[in-house]
Design a protein around this ligand. Structure first.
Ligand SMILES: CC(C)(COP(=O)(O)OP(=O)(O)OC[C@H]1O[C@@H](n2cnc3c(N)ncnc32)[C@H](O)[C@@H]1OP(=O)(O)O)[C@@H](O)C(=O)NCCC(=O)NCCS
Length: 183
C-alpha cells in the first residue's frame, strides 16, 4: 500500500478508523452537491470495501489523507483506473473528496501534486485524466492548480445518469508526464 508524505499531510492506506469520518463526509449534502445523493453508512462501508480492495489490487487507489498536525482524516485523494464504460477509458484518473472542515487550506492540491509525482515519476504513466460535473468549479480549480488542462473535445454525458439529468454533463481534463515534469 502506498504511503506518501507532503509538508502537511500523510497519504496512507485505508484503516477501519477511517469509516466513521468517511461516512460523516459522505452524509454531508455540501460535500455531495455534485453527486446523485448523500451516502448512508452502509453505502460508505461498501465504498470503503471497494477502495480498499482496489488499493490491494492495483497498489494505488483513492486513499485517505491525514492531517499531520491533528492526525485527523481529511478526506481522500488518489489515482485509479477509470471505469471501463467511460469514453476515454482505459486511463488513470486523479480524484478528491474532502470534509468541509478541510476545504480552503490547499490540501487537495498538495495531495494531488504528490500523487501526480508518484504517477509520473514512480509508476511511469504517460498521462493522468480527471473529470467532474461541469458546474463543479471547486474541483475544476484543483485540476487547473495542479497543471491539468481541459480537453475541450472531451466533454461527455456520464453513462450512469439519465441524459437530461443536471449532473450528467461532465468535463474532462488531462495532464501528460512531459507537462508535469516541465512545470
Ligand atoms: C473539490 C474540493 C476538494 C476542493 O477543495 P478546495 O479546498 O477548494 O481545494 P484545495 O484543497 O486545493 O484548497 C484551495 C483553496 O485553499 C486556499 N488556501 C489556503 N491556504 C492555502 C495554502 N497554504 N496553500 C494552498 N492553498 C491554500 C486557496 O486559496 C484556495 O482557496 P480559493 O478557492 O478560495 O482560492 C472540495 O470542494 C470537495 O471536497 N468537494 C466535494 C467533493 C467533490 O466534488 N469532489 C470532486 C468530484 S469530481
Amino acid at each position: 500500500m502506498i504511503r506518501l508524505e507532503t509538508e502537511r499531510l500523510i497519504l496512507r492506506g485505508w484503516e477501519e478508523r477511517d469509516v466513521a469520518p468517511f461516512a460523516a463526509m459522505n452524509a454531508d449534502p455540501r460535500v455531495m452537491e455534485f453527486f446523485p445523493s448523500v451516502l448512508t453508512v452502509e453505502e460508505t462501508r461498501a465504498v470503503y470495501d471497494r477502495l480498499s480492495a482496489g488499493a490491494v489490487a492495483h497498489g494505488f487507489h483513492f486513499q485517505p489523507i491525514e492531517e499531520k498536525a491533528s492526525g485527523e482524516f481529511a478526506g481522500f485523494v488518489g489515482i485509479a483506473p477509470v471505469p471501463t464504460n467511460l469514453p476515454f477509458a482505459p486511463a488513470v484518473e486523479i480524484g478528491w473528496r474532502l470534509p468541509v472542515a478541510f476545504w480552503g487550506k490547499g490540501y487537495a492540491t498538495e495531495a494531488a501534486t504528490a500523487w501526480l509525482d508518484y504517477a509520473f515519476n514512480t509508476l511511469g504513466l504517460d498521462e493522468v485524466v480527471s473529470f467532474a460535473v461541469e458546474a463543479n468549479h471547486p474541483s475544476r480549480a484543483v485540476m487547473s492548480r495542479i497543471g491539468m488542462t481541459q480537453d475541450s473535445g472531451g466533454s461527455f454525458l456520464h453513462p450512469a445518469l439519465p441524459k437530461d439529468d443536471p449532473l450528467a454533463l461532465h468535463v474532462l481534463y488531462r495532464i501528460s508526464r512531459a507537462a508535469f515534469t516541465t512545470e
